[in-house]
Design a protein around this ligand. Structure first.
Ligand SMILES: *Cc1c(COP(=O)(O)O)cnc(C)c1O
Length: 353
């Protein structure tokens, strides 16, 4: 007979991130990481970090970092929350804000971590299907709910919505907390941060993992009215007061202050994205109009699962989701021009096989 204590083990299906390969010489464009290194100011901050300071606990309130963030977003430190990656921030938001008996709502095709957190925290949830063009149908979000979370731009579709859409969403959801997950916003999306001053039930989350090349540092944030931020702090401090380490805060502060480098690398990713998108279209792909650092594409005659698997044999790693409605699509992260040339070369070879 099975040991009785086994009944007490948590049975949960985790989120599966894009593979990290140890192989060298691969083109790794499967996890929406930035192909460029972080700002030289970040390197400098890490190099100058006094390791003797590591014997102290970090500032649980991340004050210096929050001040820099507040300046960047033209708001106050009390409107900023900092976490250990935006996954940490969003998970804390779920616990802080989604305590209704009613289901929280989000699109059927979206960041696949949301249902995982709902199950982990016992939050009821419900999906609304995207329209056939992969756009969100705003009218679905009129229905009563226990909270809303939408990535804008959405992933893996790469499509973004503008201010009018968000304002309508807020108009339809006066009684719920609305989270906008802006993981990709810096690559050409509309940011709702300005609207957090207008709507007190709106909270915007973001990350340093993509547009600031710091996925390995684990830095995420939320911007919202001070009451929401205070509740987030209280939930964090009920779990682990020190989610962000001292080195990450020093690196994050340096990154947010280096606007020139940020604009330079983001513009480069966007320029490469447009070039690759056009090249794929010429090869018979349908490519969605991306506002992110990745492309979501399908092909009129080729099977995308086979394409994905074949590319892997050629040491080019993209992402494929074996999920309803998108099982003939692939997600391609924008790498350096050199990496994308290699990707296009291999793709051309595959199309003509
Ligand atoms: C990458 C991503 C995140 C999480 O990023 P972190 O590395 O945890 O900061 C959150 N939401 C979406 C939609 C993402 O793509």
């Amino acid at each position: 007979m099975d040991k009785l204590w086994k009944k007490n083990l948590r049975d949960i299906e985790p989120y599966v991130p894009g593979e990290q390969s140890k192989e060298i010489n691969i083109v790794k464009i499967n996890a929406n990481e930035n192909p460029y290194p972080p700002s030289p100011k970040v390197t400098e901050a890490i190099r100058n970090f006094e390791s003797s300071k590591l014997r102290f606990y970090p500032d649980a309130n991340a004050f210096t970092f929050k001040k820099a963030m507040a300046e960047y977003f033209n708001t106050d430190a009390e409107n900023i929350f900092i976490g250990n990656g935006s996954d940490d921030v969003i998970a804390l938001c779920f616990q802080a804000f989604f305590n209704s008996q009613k289901p929280i709502v989000y699109p059927d095709i979206t960041y696949s971590f949301y249902p995982v957190w709902c199950r982990l925290f016992h939050i009821p949830y419900k999906n609304y299907p995207l329209k056939s063009n992969f756009r969100i149908d705003i009218e679905d979000y009129k229905e009563e709910n226990g909270g809303v979370i939408i990535p804008n731009p959405n992933a893996p579709t790469s499509l973004g919505e503008g201010r009018a859409f968000i304002e309508k969403l807020m108009e339809y959801n006066k009684d719920s907390i609305v989270i906008i997950d802006e993981a990709y916003v810096d690559f050409g999306g509309y940011s709702s941060v300005e609207l957090t001053k207008k709507y007190e039930n709106l909270i915007v989350t973001g990350t340093f993992s993509k547009s600031r090349s710091l996925a390995g540092m684990r830095i995420g944030y939320a911007v919202g009215n001070r009451e929401l931020i205070a509740v987030l702090e209280a939930v964090k401090n009920s779990y682990n007061s020190y989610t962000v380490n001292s080195i990450s805060m020093a690196a994050g502060t340096a990154a947010i202050n280096d606007k020139d480098y940020f604009h330079k690398t983001v513009s480069q990713v966007i320029a490469t994205r447009e070039k690759v998108s056009n090249a794929l279209k010429e090869l018979g792909f349908t490519v969605l109009d991306s506002q992110t650092n990745f492309l979501f594409a399908t092909h009129k005659t080729k099977n995308m699962k086979e394409y994905f698997e074949w590319l892997k044999t050629q040491k080019v790693f993209i992402r494929y989701f074996n999920l309803p409605k998108i099982d003939n699509y692939v997600r391609i992260t924008i790498g350096t021009d050199k990496e994308m040339d290699r990707f296009l070369e291999k793709t051309t070879e595959y199309i003509h096989l």
